[in-house]
Design a protein around this ligand. Structure first.
Ligand code: NAD
Length: 285
């Protein structure tokens, strides 16, 4: 049966999901955003059937609610949804880049008989907003769902089926804490490292502009993600704080290992560290 889907936040991720749902499922898609202009644009490109700037109006009668707002706003919106009359049997999910904090916050919805299944489509871009949205953005990417153990299997299957049909992504089920540790290591920590490196070289460049002029291939490749959205990344780091403190400690230990080897002219150790890295990098799928 075609579903009525409310997408809260019609930006890069929400807009792309909306396009996918409209193009490949029979779903009716209602968009909610603070920006009326973006909603008009989303309607014009056929991503949504109708746009609302009022949350209650947007989620009224929805079978599925997808919260595609910045992480901090996802938490606030879960609180707001607890106060609104939602359709019986409605499933709420989100697309936030962190999961433990959001899943914990959503326990309140469960107390109201509403199923919440955390989600994270693992594709995207450093661009933002509806104008950057595109159909099949998540094709062949992993799409992680983090249902709590007591969520009915039928609800997980219903949501997975709709998301697969729409996005052609590979749905995987994962514990929210494991998700945050893994994504912390492979995405959040690299964003911190890129930003740190760009800022360090930026400091040097203030007294000698050749630092930026000579910055080419390797520096540009490694720091591409250093140009990401500051507010989004502020929220992600604060939301994945526990994991990131551990990961940063491990990173500092890695750097200390390199520092010691260089300081002690330990050629064997330096070669070992790069050799290990080359082998591991080549094994990446
Ligand atoms: P975005 O900025 O492109 O879209 C966010 C949308 O939310 C915008 O349309 C904005 O107008 C709207 N919005 C923001 N604050 C609002 C508010 N207070 N009330 C109503 N609407 C509001 O951001 P995005 O990249 O689509 O990210 C959305 C979520 O997706 C984030 O939680 C992020 O962690 C997650 N995510 C992002 C990526 C990525 O690569 N960008 C990948 C996977 C998941």
């Amino acid at each position: 049966m075609p579903e009525r889907v409310a997408i809260l936040g019609v930006g890069l991720i929400g807009g792309s999901l909306a396009l996918d749902l409209k193009e490949r499922t029979g779903a009716e898609v209602i968009g909610y955003d603070r920006s009326g202009e973006d909603l008009h644009f989303a309607e014009a490109i056929g991503a949504i059937d109708e746009g609302k700037t009022d949350l209650e109006q947007a989620v009224k009668d929805a079978d599925i609610i997808i919260i595609a707002l910045p992480v901090e706003k996802i938490k606030q919106t879960i609180d707001s949804l607890c106060q609104l009359p939602l359709r019986r049997g409605c499933i709420v999910t989100d697309v936030g880049s962190t999961k433990s904090e959001i899943v914990e916050r959503a326990r309140k919805l469960k107390e109201r008989g509403i199923t919440f299944i955390g989600g994270h489509p693992m594709a995207g871009s450093h661009r933002s907003g509806i104008k950057a949205a595109r159909s099949l953005l998540f094709e062949n990417a992993y799409y992680v769902l983090t249902p709590e153990p007591d969520i009915p299997v039928s609800d997980v299957q219903r949501l997975s089926r709709l998301l697969y049909l729409a996005t052609r992504a590979e749905l995987v089920i994962m514990d929210p804490v494991h998700h945050d540790r893994i994504v912390g290591a492979i995405s959040h920590l690299p964003h911190i490292i890129a930003a740190g490196l760009v800022n360090q070289v930026g400091d040097y460049n203030e007294s000698n502009e050749w630092f930026h002029r000579l910055a080419a291939g390797g520096f540009r490749d490694l720091t591409r993600i250093g140009a990401s959205h500051p507010i989004m990344w502020r929220d992600i780091l604060l939301s994945n704080r526990t994991q990131l403190i551990r990961l940063l400690d491990d990173w500092i230990a890695q750097m200390s290992d390199f520092r010691k080897a260089v300081a002690e002219r330990d050629a064997e150790r330096i070669e070992f560290l790069f050799d290990r890295s080359r082998k591991l990098r080549r094994q990446l799928p």
